[in-house]
Design a protein around this ligand. Structure first.
Ligand SMILES: [Mg+2]
Length: 303
């Protein structure tokens, strides 16, 4: 069943969240009922969705830097129904390269995808636009690339995505993870003399750490999408990880941030502070939410 968190995790003042304000004349039996009020659902509806950990289970890349990951059973069918709705827009955003995402989603017609945390934009017409990585950031990413052999030696898998480098340790031992972090530590500690990383930053994700230049992010993707939409569009962002917090913060005040928990999320993981407004567990609660989103709104007074 869908549920609101026991302790609301809302960064923005509730008054700014027009989407969350229940209709005055409707006694909602379910805390989310007001989200699906006909007056909201008859408007333009926009979904922005992360992929790994949100629409698909988290899995280890093994020894392969690029790894396929199929969505949860039933997710593709739901996405197809969502995209077929009138006045609906579905946008995908991922840390993965956009074309890799397109292959995994395997949707027709082609979807709009923002890859590498917003550094790539694959339009529905198939055009790929890449943001230019500044020279200094490129040089600092090269410092990480220079560690490739050492990182491999301690069991890490390197995923080089041009504008970002992900270092995966999912499934490795605690010792291997510590050895990986130790190799990266000289690049991130302020005490070290140059070369230090200041044009890029390190961000943990579920199963590793990623080196990214400052610039585009899932937050900037949300802002870009919102700029193209009418002010009263109903918008929701779904994501599972730290990089999605940028999306949650960017959507606050304009829409709903929904954190998706993997089925086997630990209690500690579930308690991680978040700027999302709601938490849903994948895949059942997520599917229930999206199924309801695909249903035609029931006219007020007809129930
Ligand atoms: Mg994710």
């Amino acid at each position: 069943m869908l549920h609101a968190p026991t302790h609301p995790r809302v960064d923005a003042p509730p008054a700014r969240l027009h989407l969350l304000k229940p209709a005055a004349d409707k006694a909602a039996a379910n805390p989310l009922d007001h989200l699906f009020d006909v007056r909201l659902m008859s408007r333009r509806r926009v979904l922005i969705l992360d992929y790994d950990g949100t629409l698909a289970p988290l899995r280890s890349p093994g020894a392969e830097p690029c790894y396929a990951n199929a969505p949860y059973d039933g997710t593709r069918e739901l996405l197809a129904r969502l995209r077929a709705q009138p006045a609906a827009r579905v946008v995908f955003v991922s840390g993965r390269p956009a074309r890799e995402m397109a292959d995994m989603l395997a949707l027709t017609p082609r979807p709009e995808i923002w890859g590498v945390h917003g550094w790539e934009h694959l339009t529905a017409s198939g055009q790929l636009v890449r943001a230019i990585v500044p020279t200094q950031a490129r040089a600092q990413l090269d410092l990480v690339r220079a560690l490739r052999d050492k990182l491999h030696a301690v069991g890490a898998t390197i995923e080089d995505k041009h504008a970002a480098i992900a270092i995966h340790w999912r499934g490795r031992s605690v010792e291997q993870m510590r050895a990986t972090r130790a190799l990266l530590a000289p690049l991130e500690t302020a005490a070290d003399l140059p070369p230090r990383l200041d044009s890029v930053f390190l961000q943990s994700f579920d199963g590793g750490i990623e080196v990214r230049p400052h610039g585009p992010s899932k937050g900037s993707v949300v802002r870009s999408v919102l700029r193209e939409e009418p002010r009263d569009a109903v918008v929701a962002y779904f994501g599972d990880d730290l990089s999605d917090e940028e999306g949650f913060r960017a959507i606050a005040g304009r829409g709903l941030g929904i954190r998706v928990l993997p089925p086997a999320a630990t209690r500690d993981a579930a308690r991680r502070p978040t700027s999302a407004h709601l938490t849903l567990r994948a895949p059942a609660e997520l599917h229930a939410f999206l199924t309801r989103w695909t249903e035609q709104p029931v006219a007020a007074g007809s129930t």
